[in-house]
Design a protein around this ligand. Sequence first.
Ligand code: HEM
Length: 540
Amino acid sequence: MDTYSSQQSALRSSGTRSCTVSRQCLARAPTTASLWTRRAARAARGIRVHAATSAAEELADDGVSLPTTSSSSSSSSSGSNSAGSSCPFLAGLPSPPAAGSPWYTRLQQLSHPEQWQRAALGSHSMVSVPSQLGLPAACLLGTAELAKTVLAGEGDITLQGVQRNYGFATLVGQHSLLMVQEPRHKYLRNLIMPAFSPEAIERLTPRMVAVVSRYLDAWAAAGTPVLAAEELKALTFDFIYAVILGRDYEQQQLQHMRQLYGTWAAGLQDWPFLQLPFTRFGKAMAAREQLMELFKAAIAETRALLQQGQEVPGILASLVSAVDEEGNRLSEVELCDNLMLLILAGHDTSSVTLTNILAHLHNRPAAMQQLRQEQQALLARHGSQLSTGVLREMPYAEAVIRETLRLRNVIPGLHRVAARDIELGGYAVPAGTMLYSPLHLLNKADPRWTDDDIEAFRPERMMTAEGQKGGWQMSFGHGPRFCAGYLVAMAEMKVLLALLARGYEFSCNTDTQWVQQVGQVPVNNLPMTVTRRRDAAAAT
Ligand code: HEM
């Protein structure tokens, strides 16, 4: 296990809850609704809800006296705040500076989310965003500590994701790991995770190398520029399909499955309540049915081979074989929903990261050179074989990946919802409040990096003792829902970087705009020319 992943598992195991439910505190608190009503009334009276206003100040302004920090402070005049409270309410949290109408604010949040969040947080560690336009009130978390606390939250403080999105849940499947809540999530994860063990990845490495080599050869043979962003989408699809199903498919079959997946994925962006044959959502549901039929056939085939005592590589075979202490196995619907999730989770995330990596390496030839030197040293030590052991000996390749994710986190942030009243950062947060961890923003605010080079692509920073730590970077999540496919993703990206550096030269047109979709993608799809190096034969 590499440094980053061992650190993540250490974090995982030490991810004890530090949110504490403070029922007493909440019992004393005026309801959130009444606080927001008061805040609105104060705003109407022209009293600005200042970013630094404390709960006590704000409520005192309303004629409600709150105990401050001392446990012997006086009780409230309304009688609702007994002595001993030191817990401010959510409404006491600083709010983003007033930015006009709720519509304007919402527009800013949608069109410039990162700038909006940065401005909203200012120098605060947490700000509250009032409920608006039917959306729940939210807390925007501005430190890694708070984000980790929330992401590690489980058990009696169940923190739900906003996987409540009907369309998403219907298309991905209610039984997938991403949809189920604790304790079912933990149970399912225990059954699923052995499929992602280092040993399982080791068995799959030759398959990974085969898929990546096929694409690199085709790009080099093309003789004209290929669209890297599009090609990497196809590569990561074939890769994840091969890794999950553990066998090779004809190109025609893969093409058909890619098309089905594309139709299915388009439905994730559509309004889900009109499921008609001509709507994107309707077409996506039809594509899902066809994919499910393919999965069911693959499950039946895998079961049959396993019953014959054959060794079957691939994540599906591990999932089919998974059994709990009482002998229960994953049902067919659980298997199908999780296959769907794995293809989704393991496809765009990796392709977008790889697209960004290639652009960064093109813009920084010294980094590409360093990558080449690392590979030459590995070739001298181990020959051309790529095993998980060799993949672990690639600190520079790993630094390139982590530095790219630091600058261009694929998942900009993670939502959770407080399922019950909790205390967070010293504030009483009522059930139903959305808790948003802006991962991308936290990467940029990481106190390890100095302001003047925060935007620079400098993989070397990840090689320092400080850089080896996880710090504020949580590109693969944190806590009980830490990315299940982390090892697969790292192996995939390292295999591509290794084979590229060993055997090919490439250049791409990075003079383009990057827009936010699933991660940042280049508008020009990154035209790329690949040529085989003259000394490549010995390297691959
Ligand atoms: C660069 C590549 C990737 C990135 C940046 C990434 C990032 C993430 C993040 C941030 C989460 C946490 C979501 C949350 O807390 O709500 C997550 C979860 C997950 N990822 Fe990844 N991922 C990547 C690749 C993969 C791959 C290749 C696979 C599968 C082979 C995968 C499978 C999953 C699954 C199944 C979950 C849900 C885990 C759970 O809920 O327990 N990911 N990923």
